[in-house]
Design a protein around this ligand. Sequence first.
Ligand code: TAP
Length: 494
Amino acid sequence: MASAKEGPRGMFLDGQELTVTGREHRTLLDPATNRPIATVPTGTKEDARAAVESAAKAFGASGWAAPDGQKRVQVLGRIAQALAERWEEFARLETLNQGKPLRESKGDVLYAARTLEYYAGLADKIQGETIPVPGDRLDYTLREPLGVTVHIAPWNYPLQLAVRSVAPALAAGNAVVLKPASWTPLTALSFARLATECGLPPGLLNVVLGSGSEVGEALVTDRRVASVSFTGSPGVGRRIGELAASRVVPVTLELGGKGPNIVFSDADLERAARGVSFGIFLNAGQMCWAGSRLLVQEEVKERFLSRVKELALKLKLGPGLEPGVEMGPLVTREHRAVVEGYVTRGVEEGAVPLVGGPGAALSPGLEAGNFLAPTIFDAVTPGMTIAREEIFGPVLCAMSFRTPEEALALANDSDYGLLAGVWTRDLSVAHRMARGLEAGMVSVNEYPVTFPQTPFGGFKQSGLGFEQGSRALEFYTRQKNVNVNFAPARPPRT
Ligand code: TAP
């Protein structure tokens, strides 16, 4: 079990965690108390280069990329099973480092295990096709791994989002370098150790630590790196996209969101209220796919909001490791200050807090942590900053609409397009909304939801490409066309 303190940890290179002394370190803090929990070395460009070197060597020498994929099926399957069995250790570590309630961390760990299991099952099914062409020819395609793939992960789902792209990359036969977010590297390090114990050859999964601007950019610009999978903020995503474009390597960008959760008056309103509350207060709202804009049909708005308000007031805030806690702290003091800034801005621009708001009181005992009361704003208009920008905290912005057309126009009036929710009993409305919504994912009568086998990605500023699902494997392979002329040899000219 993870203790309340982890002590020094190191980078994971070439199959080993290297705890070294005499280097610059970062002290990680428990978001619930701001007490130190572990130290990790601050990586440099040289560390990034060493991680890529380790991956490049392993890609060439380990036999991992063998076309039949049998070893990959077996090893990834073992990792999936071990992670599921050891969920508690990983969940406790995630909560200690990131702050979310233990039951959410448990869900994240089991989701990661299921993702590994899913891609283990596909690792020996990566195949090309034969293409009919004229004459005595056989034309076929091969799908080959790319080589060294880089994965840059955020802090809101540290393990789950790292595994989401690492699993298909490994399943396709690549060697991986993972850079977790600087504040939340612990589960990624433990995962790399677990994978090695389960038989993953050394060098196939390297975890390099350090700042995005130094280590992240050194990885993206390394000429041995064949692809970049990035999950994080739109600004950094654009920068990574530019760097990757200058080297002509493929990228997936999973960026932000401003999810509309649209409630029609005919919906099961109790179920919808619970879904809306879950969709914004889960993970203290630190989710790209948070349902942060509530659009509710005018005739039920007052009744509906009062129920969501009741649910918000009942949420038990506290340290994620305490039993019964439903909402944990925000990840860092700095991030809490950003979210508080949005709450203040909301009031300045004329929104009305129904719950929470600037300086909202917290239960005694929570002062030392990064806790923030859930906030619900009414009287929000589409032009307000809180209606347009991603807040990444427990802040719900409510607006109303009269007709499905008006709901669509409001929902689509955003730079983002990740997940949109629709709550109705009318199938015709549900499908028409699903067609009209400018979002990479639409969920009807539950929010949020995704599975390892379904694509996850956004439109507009929410990203480029997608993760998850069987077709995500295509991103981690390259296609080669082979043409064979088998026409009989002509008799030699005399
Ligand atoms: P970012 O600041 O963008 O950080 C994400 C990762 O990128 C971290 O590992 C970070 O390292 C690294 N990074 C920062 N600058 C970099 C650079 N110049 N080059 C290469 N890497 C760099 O995001 P965040 O604050 O951790 O996460 C919040 C944002 O992520 C939100 O906008 C949210 O919507 C988005 N997000 C999106 C999704 C999906 S699936 N669309 C999922 C989760 C989060 P450091 O930690 O060292 O800065």
